[in-house]
Design a protein around this ligand. Sequence first.
Ligand code: PHE
Length: 388
Amino acid sequence: MTNLFRGFQRNVAPLCLILMGLLLAVGCGPSATTDGTGLIVVGEFASLTGKEANFGQSSHKGTELAVDEINAAGGVLGRKLLLKTEDNQSKPGESATVVRKLINRDGAVAILGEVASGRSLEAAPICQTNKIPMISPSSTNPKVTQVGDYIFRVCFIDPFQGTVMARFARTTLKASKVALLTDVAAPYSMGLADFFKQGFAAAGGTILSEQKFSSGDKDFKAQLTALKSENPEAIFVPCYYNEAALIVRQARELGITVPFFGGDGWEAPELLSIGGKALEGCFYSTHYTSESSIPAVKNFVKKFQDRYKEVPDAMAALGYDSAYVLADAMKRAGSADPTKVREALAATKDFDGVTGKTIMDKDRNATKPAVILAIKNGKFEYVETISP
Ligand code: PHE
């Protein structure tokens, strides 16, 4: 027996290992991405867990729905798309790692992601160096696409969003003196704050002061106390939903009653579950409303709700559009070759999606309207759409 086993070890075991290796290579390796056959691997990186899990989960659901629809309709160029999704856990540093894996290990010919500008900024140089097109669904900081000609987005950028909120503060809130509270650790927050300040000053308003914090902070009382002493008529908080909700709650506890308002980073159910009643009468800008009467949007909302039992938010809608914009470019390119897809993406004109038309400008940004939502009776309520 022992000898027999040894014999097995010597002769058969190495064979088994080779076989297993072969199987693994066939099963998990890049699925024929360059020879025009087989699956087309599309990589996606998202914050599926961690601090901004809501962003990644929403965006991923939209992307996944689109890819499944594209495949059900026959795929692209007679080939099916294979969506490979990696979680960056909302952690700095992780996006670079997972995007490298998607490109080098999985053979992704294009990358979809991310929501947060900081994480898109981490991955963009890797995509650019590898000449793999990247489409951010919803990162709005201008620097993201400035990384290079392989980097695209299907949403508006913050010089527009900042101006929209500056005008909103002046005309709808009728504020002439505002203060800001910004997140120094998020490029999104710093950028949007700057564009808002420029827009508000240009509209004849005065910025009283700007207090700062860092992503993950939980106590904002010192900054809020400082802001309160200046008597602002409204307070702009361009940051993500966790901090925004805590800031507004603590402000109310300190007796600050003026409206708070923010940008798209506020968009998440957690804003209301953490912020509660404190958020009543606050506003934020975003990319889309599920309340739209446009048939394509209604159809999307229905399909999304049937599958995920929830109403799609802006990240879901932009994730959905990003996958369709990619498929459209591959079709027009007549190829899944990254360089040809890049060319076709750059030439995207009038692509009709659920967040409006995607027209890539020369800087690879889309120009789309912004939507303003209010928090009323514990719900997000559509206020207005502002076109560029
Ligand atoms: N625009 C934000 C950023 O660039 C991300 C975001 C998009 C958040 C859409 C919510 C909704 O970081």
